[in-house]
Design a protein around this ligand. Structure first.
Ligand SMILES: Cc1cc2nc3c(=O)[nH]c(=O)nc-3n(C[C@H](O)[C@H](O)[C@H](O)COP(=O)(O)O)c2cc1C
Length: 311
């Protein structure tokens, strides 16, 4: 059968000129020399180190003479503010994405509310960019300039070769920044959703943008209630899903795999409640790792309590 696809020429900015590529809408806060927080809009910002390294990181791709790039080269600090879907916020993101304006001009009239982030509160003597209060989540990051010798890069009027491969000034007009994620700040209700279990109605209103499609318009789709697709059942899956939830329950109290095995028959909607009851018991009893034997004690205690309530 002949292919139904046509070969499309790959040109600069192929992700928005030669394809349809879904992206996040992020407004990046960086520190200017006078202490002002500049705001610039960015979509090419994705998870980079996600596990197995000493830290977690994002990757940002941007114009090397943007206010954001200049400030990152100078101070290395930024806040990645994830903006929820509202027409007026997207309009503002597009205004903040217009090249050529100075930080003072851009930030003076912004509709966004700027406030101190957690890093500034933890380290009152340090200097950190502010964060946008309307965000559903904020990543507070610092640039890792040690990779690819990027610490040698400084702010210039114009950049000439040789360029770096993946961090710092990477081409005549481009820069890449590997950003260490230092804090993830989450609005309370979404924090609760992540800790207590996701349901469709608990997602933040996340917009998806598709970039410029011509020189006049920026395209994005509005948030729609997400759908959940069950993954096919495989042997051992029940246990791994309990282990997954148990690992995320508490930063001090852990569960052995044998302890998790005792919970595989608990209906998924009650799993977090059951796990948090176990954590509560562990804390009351000075236990840091819950074993299968501990689970027996907890279950015994529960059955006795149930019995008492019935009689
Ligand atoms: C929603 C949106 C996403 C954008 N994403 C990027 C991006 O990923 N990389 C980039 O270099 N420019 C991007 N731009 C263009 C920048 O926002 C533009 O260069 C702007 O001048 C940057 O602001 P700054 O100079 O204050 O950093 C985007 C613009 C918009 C509106």
């Amino acid at each position: 059968m002949p292919s139904t696809f046509k070969d499309l020429r790959i040109v600069d900015n192929f992700y928005q000129t030669s394809s349809f590529f879904p992206m996040p809408t992020i407004v990046i806060g960086t520190l200017c020399e006078d202490g002002l927080t500049n705001l610039g809009s960015y979509s090419l910002c994705f998870p980079y180190y996600i596990a197995g390294k000493e830290y977690y990181a994002m990757l940002l791709e941007c114009r090397n003479n943007s206010n954001t790039a200049v400030n990152l080269l100078r101070t290395g600090k930024c806040s990645l503010n994830f903006i929820p879907d509202r027409r007026k916020y997207f309009k503002e993101a597009v205004r903040l994405g217009y090249p050529g304006d100075t930080p003072q001009e851009k930030v003076k009239d912004t509709i966004f509310t700027l406030e101190k982030g957690l890093r500034a509160q933890e380290d009152p003597d340090g200097r950190y960019p502010e964060i946008i209060a309307e965000s559903f989540q904020v990543f507070e990051c610092s640039w890792d300039s040690s990779l690819d010798n990027a610490s040698e890069d400084t702010v210039q009027e114009q950049y000439n070769p040789p360029f770096r491969n993946f961090n710092g000034i990477t081409s005549t007009f481009g820069a890449h920044f590997i950003l260490k994620v230092e804090r993830i700040l989450m609005q309370e209700r979404y924090h609760a959703a992540i800790v207590n279990g996701m349901r469709a109605g608990r997602f933040p209103r996340v917009p998806v943008d598709y970039g410029y499609r011509d020189n006049t318009r920026f395209w994005y789709t509005r948030f729609r209630r997400p759908l959940a697709q069950l993954i096919p059942k495989k042997k051992g899956q029940e246990l791994s899903s309990v282990v997954y939830a148990a690992d995320r329950m508490d930063d001090q109290v852990k569960f052995t795999e044998a302890a998790c095995a005792r919970l595989v028959n608990v209906p998924r909607v009650f799993l977090n409640t059951a796990l948090s009851a176990c954590v509560k018991w562990a804390k009351e009893n000075g236990v840091v790792e819950i074993t299968a034997e501990h689970m027996d004690i907890i279950n015994d205690k529960r059955s006795k309590e149930k019995g008492r309530r019935r009689s």
